[in-house]
Design a protein around this ligand. Structure first.
Ligand code: ZN
Length: 281
């Protein structure tokens, strides 16, 4: 259980580091006030943590204790396959959060943040976190994962979620290199675009391979051409705390059209390279 003790320390350290460096080397220009966003994101995150600690984690631990290992495998092979399958199943869960209307009601609250930075990485509606408890039990039971693989994945999952949401401008050559393996800030920035086709791409959490394998990858959109958020919820008052908390339970708007009319589209001239090559600006 020692490794799970270090998880919050490592994750808080990663958060603090990214929070500082993304201010020094920003990737995208922000459009909303930072303090107001941070207050909303901190409150949403606090509720999400509460549900994760009191429901999701105990359920996942109970499922881990019940797991029976059916396949005769060496310890290292069980670790590697468990780690990879956890990430693949999160990729499917993320797709379900976009495609299933009642899941999207909750996941949309994460996407309406008008800017993207490390604080968005924890900003999930508590309803989404609660629903994920059922998924976690299924995931852990079906994969038959060992505790070391689960604990290792949790640290990598949380750290890379913070990293790919951050507004950190890495040198493009370094990011292209990292993006051969990991989901990186430019890649995930495209997932938070207001263009529907782009929101429905780049679903990966840790490894970028699942998007490549399932042809859901889109890397050739420069960050300067991306408007972050959800078009139908892009008015400043949409991102207030009470509105964000109650949004999944209200009548839903047309997500993809702006209040004044018009659907964000991508001009062909914006695209750089092929879809499998990460654009720079
Ligand atoms: Zn998403």
């Amino acid at each position: 259980m020692k490794s799970s003790f270090y998880t919050p320390i490592i994750v808080i350290g990663v958060f603090a580091l990214l929070f500082a460096v993304e201010k020094l080397f920003p990737l995208r220009e922000s459009k909303a006030g930072l303090i107001a966003r941070l207050v909303v994101n901190a409150c949403m995150s606090a509720l999400a943590f509460l549900v994760a600690a009191t429901v999701v984690r105990p359920w996942a631990m109970a499922a881990l204790n019940c797991v029976t290992h059916l396949l005769p495998m060496p310890v290292w092979a069980r670790f590697v396959t468990g780690f990879l399958l956890l990430d693949l199943s999160f990729y499917y869960w993320h797709i379900a959060n976009h495609k299933v209307p009642w899941l999207w009601r909750f996941h949309n609250v994460h996407h309406i943040d008008p800017d993207l930075d490390v604080s968005t990485g924890f900003r999930f509606h508590f309803g989404e976190v609660l629903l994920s408890a059922l998924f976690r039990v299924l995931q852990v039971s079906l994969i038959g994962i060992s505790f070391p693989a689960f604990a290792a994945y949790e640290v990598v999952f949380q750290s890379n979620t913070l990293f790919h949401h951050s507004n950190l401008r890495l040198p493009i050559r370094l990011e292209r290199l990292l993006n051969r393996i990991l989901v990186t800030p430019r890649m995930h920035g495209i997932h938070h675009s207001q263009v529907r086709r782009e929101t429905n791409s780049n679903f990966g959490v840790v490894f970028c391979w699942w998007d490549k394998l399932h042809r859901t990858l889109g890397l050739n959109i420069p960050q300067s051409k991306i408007e972050i958020g959800i078009a139908g919820y892009s008015a400043p008052e949409d991102n207030r705390l009470w509105h964000s908390l109650t949004m999944p339970f209200r009548k839903q708007r047309d997500y993809w059209s702006k209040a004044g009319g018009g659907t964000p589209e991508r001009a062909a001239a914006d695209l750089q390279h092929q879809s499998s090559f990460l654009a720079e600006w």
